[in-house]
Design a protein around this ligand. Structure first.
Ligand SMILES: [Zn+2]
Ligand SMILES: [Zn+2]
Length: 403
């Protein structure tokens, strides 16, 4: 079955941003001319979700931002994680017509990728009701997504042997305190600094200065399992995968874009960044540290570490400055999902239910493709290719709907 609207109007693209990112369309820039180069203009919807919130909370906020209504985090989840069941009320959803007959395309950068997968998983579990179906997500494109965790989170402050505990004088602890201060002051702050902490009663209207100081000393939120940093640990990713999250849905098209700024060095499978990347000192430093990380120090041991780290391929150390390559591919190991990695197989037929893993032709770091628009050749090629791919997904869907 097709509707007139589906035929005449390209299906909108929903953009989901990553950790600490909520700057939106202004920051992502003028990519529209390239996205729509070969066809009618496609609507792009930027959705704001908690920049430090857990995947569960972000996925719930994403759903209600599109549909409208009061964010419902679920009775069980809110009880376990000690926050209110209901959050912000969205008067006018950004796409209230979202339904199995009016699906949407999704694009996620960094934690935006696992957020979309979590949304599809919650939809499948019936979290949003029986009328909501996983095929409402027609396609998923991800860029530098840490589906299976990243060692960067331990370098930033998460304890290697005791997550979700955070080391006191670390970047992670600083970010946690900043999130509390921004939440306390949120009624005065612009949307770009919105922490989406409505269900936690952290504003100056709901919480005293003394309780803020207590949270700055030791945060119930930053050191919980209900926050982005814990969700980027290998432990949390293993838990999601053993709960059966992240398997592909038969009517959704999936593609991941893998960035890498390192090369294998002379020490086995370890990786190092190219010297010219020293001009991006933060990325260079982290790429080096991720490139020789000792996974054997982690407790609990990650599921991929069957015996010892010598058995791991170089994709565990190759990285984009924030996320290792193996984690950017897709949820689950290749042996337990359906995937097709560029250059390995020659099947060009576009099929739903399979992860198409795409690698850029050149050295790229975590922020090269998105979010900051600088109109590089790489960015322009990315958006043109994405526009064409979305159009071909719609063509494939139309064909299968009319058979
Ligand atoms: Zn929560
Ligand atoms: Zn694979």
């Amino acid at each position: 079955m097709t509707t007139t609207e589906e035929v005449n109007e390209p299906i909108p693209l929903v953009v989901v941003q990553g950790f600490l990112s909520s700057a939106g369309a202004y920051f992502w820039g003028d990519f529209g001319d390239y996205l729509n180069k070969d066809g009618p203009r496609r609507r792009t919807i930027f959705v704001s979700v908690g920049p430090v919130s857990s995947l569960h909370d972000r996925a719930c906020e994403l759903y209600y931002a599109l549909m409208g209504g009061t964010a419902d985090y679920g009775a069980e989840h809110s009880k376990i994680h000690n926050h209110a069941r209901y959050g912000r009320h969205v008067e006018h959803g950004q796409y209230p017509e979202w339904s199995p007959n009016r699906p949407l395309h999704f694009l996620g950068h960094s934690m935006g990728g696992p957020t979309i997968i979590k949304l599809q998983s919650l939809i499948k579990q019936g979290h949003f009701g029986s009328e909501v179906h996983p095929r409402m997500i027609l396609s998923v494109n991800t860029i530098s997504a840490p589906f299976r965790g990243t060692q960067a989170v331990y370098l930033l402050g998460e304890r290697v042997d005791g997550a979700p505990a955070v080391r006191p004088l670390s970047v992670g602890a600083f970010v946690g305190r900043t999130a509390h201060i921004l939440s306390f002051l949120s009624p005065f702050l612009p949307p770009a600094l919105d922490m989406h902490a409505d269900c936690r009663s952290l504003t100056y209207r709901d919480a005293s200065l003394l309780s803020l100081l207590k949270q700055l000393w030791r945060s119930d939120w930053a050191e919980s399992r209900d926050v982005t940093p814990f969700d980027t640990t290998f432990q949390a990713a293993d838990e999601r995968e053993s709960d059966g999250e992240g398997y592909t849905e038969p009517e959704t098209f999936y593609r991941s874009h893998v960035a890498v700024m390192t090369r294998r060095n002379s020490l086995g499978n370890f990786h190092s960044p190219s010297m010219y990347r020293i001009t991006s000192p933060f990325m260079y430093f982290f790429a080096r540290r991720l490139g020789n990380f000792d996974f054997s120090t982690l407790r609990p041991r990650p599921s991929f570490l069957d015996h010892d780290s010598k058995s791991l391929g170089e994709e565990f150390w190759a990285n984009d400055g924030v996320v290792p390559v193996f984690s950017q591919w897709h949820p689950h190991p290749c042996s337990r999902t359906r995937c097709q990695h560029e250059g390995k197989k020659a099947n060009d037929v576009l099929e739903p239910g399979i992860w198409y893993v795409k690698s850029p032709e050149e050295d790229t770091h975590h922020l090269s493709i998105v979010p900051r628009w600088t109109a590089t050749d790489l960015q322009r090629r990315f958006w043109v290719d994405l526009g064409q791919w979305l159009t071909s997904v719609e063509g494939t869907r139309r064909k299968s709907n009319t058979v």
